[in-house]
Design a protein around this ligand. Sequence first.
Ligand SMILES: Cc1ncc(COP(=O)(O)O)c(C=O)c1O
Length: 484
Amino acid sequence: MHDVVDSLGRRFHATETATSANDRSQLQAAVDAVDLDTPGIGNAEALREVDALYADNAVWFHHPSYVAHLNCPVAVPAVAAEAMLAAINTSVDTYDQSEVATLMERRLIDWTCGHLGFDDGDGIFTSGGTQSNLQALFLARENVMAGLHANADSTTRTDAARPELLSRLRILATDQAHFSVSRAAFLLGLDADAVVTVPTDVSGRMDAEALNATLLAIEANDQIPMAVVATAGTTDLGVIDPLEPIAEACEAANVWLHVDAAYGGGLLWAPRRSHLLDGISRATSVTIDFHKTFFQPVSSSALLIRDSRLFAPTIHHHDYLNPEAEAQSHEAEPNQVDKSLQTTRRFDALKLWTTLRARGANEIGAMIDTVCDLASEVRKLLDGQADFEVLGASDLSTVLFRFTPATAGAAACDELVPMIRRVLFRSGRAAVARTTIDGRPWLKLTLLNPDTSIDDITAVLDLVRATGHGILAGRHITTEGGAA
Ligand SMILES: Cc1ncc(COP(=O)(O)O)c(C=O)c1O
């Protein structure tokens, strides 16, 4: 353990590139060269080997030139807590496997509910936003099926009625909602067209008027609006759907409102931006990823629900873990497995707990403000440069832009986007992402490192520009577009 800490300590200071210097075939050869069937080589040698194989070739999220996806550098106290929880190997499924760990997780859930304004709330830590979203929609489905939510007639809620009801369930979200929403619909056995797209305004935020119209159309079609998914921090544009009017529409229609705040949830603690989440207290459920905007190591996410009774239709009892008879007794033990999709489950909450105690929520919140400020500064910088085009204005910390030199036509600029990303990635000099908005490709920066400066980003933009010119000069593509 000490050797690993020493090696990582050195690497965090010395690592010069965000990605591996080796290409995929070299990495594959190095992985294949390890014989997993030989006798053990001993702890020290095995750790030296993985240090050379993994750490030498890792993607380093703390590096200032890593600006690609929603990955953050991690708080050191959380890393120490990670080692502690792994060594003790607690499983927060039943109380008799976790004791104080369950109480600590529940306290953090209450703390998060308090910040959301969920006075009677509850929740559970999960493996990530994908699982939190799936579970939110599972809860919505089961509460609707049990006749406890939405307007449909509860007398029809029999097992025989399930298939017919399932086929009528609809989830409303914009085309900017995370793909885990449609994947959850698929996993939950809903119809192929169960996710109905609500139009957005020009900024990519859900159009609340259009939501009202879509809800009416769904009900007129004899379909059941199972849930509305609003996104607080869309993955690409980084914008927050208008939560107050969306909540209004959902309350009027008695529809489950899930707010996917996987990315934006950290704003709750950001002193200068928490108002951006006004209205979130009116949600029925909320996803928050602490491993995105709270500087936690993967995994650390939570699903929070406004009313603890909403878990009821999904609770299962098993004699060897959480017997039903005991659940009814006044001495019932708090078994988190009641509420989780997982059985054996990591005590990820310890990392958040330790970070909060070590640094305080305000300090973390200020760091979230810092990365959002940096994104605004980068957008201004790009706006002032004739050979770059910028899209939108994130509420959070993404920046979408393209390299558009006067010498290249629109089609060539489109082609440059994935090529610049690939060339930079392979060179190890910078990791930027790419995405497509309304059919047009864009480069994307996701800024989540409070230690990254505007000079660091200027250097990345200079690399983007130089790479773009290099590709054009190398005639990998023609200046009018089309592969040469
Ligand atoms: C808005 C949003 N929701 C959900 C997710 C999924 O989170 P995870 O990767 O933790 O499963 C993401 C991931 O980027 C996201 O941006």
